[in-house]
Write a protein that binds this ligand. Structure first.
Ligand code: GRF
Length: 202
């Protein structure tokens, strides 16, 4: 079976990266985690990748004058490694429109809310401040508009009385670790495709 060469883009601890690497160990998993790119040299996820024998590359946004130049460096690294799919997992840079268009339909992101509710940052704080009774996580196709791309899969959790942002984040991340491997599998198998601005299940 030829597996879809997938890169994971990170900026931090990489717990979603770890769940993707673990899922991709199954012989019948349709994607292979072939490259990890971090914009931060101290991202904890780099060690997770190294321990798993996955190639890593650091591309710092600070070395580029514009968003698009940074994205062009990422694009060059992805193409040099024959990457066909990109999964963003805690990658804390907003892409240029150019990059989002160049990788349209091949670019996934995970976000710790039930999008379209609560895009952006400080998500769990926003959920609690709004008095929500449920939250969750979303895997979506990344498009030029921040956290607004077509949704592939979502999972819900309850918001409990007395929740802190940390407690809620801990409940949500458990679901993220199941949802992202499932969503990447669907895209790698061609069972869901971006077309006409929608995620189409075939
Ligand atoms: C996750 O909550 C993800 O949804 C968000 O950033 C966090 C990354 O965590 N985009 P990790 O680095 O995968 O542990």
């Amino acid at each position: 079976m030829s597996r879809v060469r997938t890169a994971v883009l990170i900026s931090g601890r990489g717990s979603n990266l770890k769940s993707l690497i673990q899922a991709a160990r199954a012989p019948d998993y349709p994607a292979e985690i072939a490259l990890v790119i971090s914009n931060k040299e101290d991202a904890g996820g780099l060690q997770i990748a190294k321990d798993a024998g996955v190639s890593t590359k650091i591309i710092s946004h600070k070395d580029y004058a514009s968003r698009e130049e940074f994205d062009r460096a990422i694009d060059a690294a992805l193409r040099a490694a024959n990457i066909a799919l990109v999964a963003e997992a805690g990658f804390m840079r907003i892409h240029s429109e150019w990059f989002a268009r160049a990788w349209a339909g091949k670019l996934l992101n995970i976000h710790p809310s039930l999008l379209p509710k609560f895009p952006g940052i400080h998500v769990h704080e926003q959920v609690l401040a709004a008095g929500e009774t449920e939250s969750g996580c979303t895997v979506h196709f990344l498009t030029p508009e921040l956290d607004a791309g077509p949704i592939i899969l979502q999972a819900k959790v309850a918001v409990l009385p007395g929740d802190t942002p940390e407690a809620l984040a801990a409940r949500v991340i458990v679901e993220e670790h199941k949802l992202y491997p499932e969503a990447l599998k669907l895209v790698a198998e061609g069972k869901v495709r971006l077309a006409g601005g929608r995620a189409n299940f075939v």
